[in-house]
Design a protein around this ligand. Structure first.
Ligand code: SF4
Length: 68
């Protein structure tokens, strides 16, 4: 199940947890801030959800995918 991924660079503090969790979806730019490589990853919903949980700044949102 796919999700739509967005990240708010104004909130990002450059912790890098998202990159460690889903390196095919997230990257960090030269400022250390999050860059979304794949806004609609086909097979990474679980790892994206984990990245959302691990982000200390609440900068990542994932919409769609699993419904509560
Ligand atoms: S985990 Fe959150 S704060 Fe850290 S780089 Fe990713 S989006 Fe930014």
């Amino acid at each position: 199940m796919s999700v739509h991924v967005a990240a708010d660079r104004d909130l990002c503090v450059g912790a890098g947890n998202c990159v460690l969790t889903a390196p095919d979806v997230f990257d960090q730019d030269e400022e250390g801030l999050v860059a979304v490589l794949d806004t609609d990853p086909a097979a990474a919903a679980d790892r994206v959800a984990q990245a959302v949980d691990l982000c200390p700044a609440g900068a990542i949102t994932a919409t769609g995918g699993k419904t509560p």
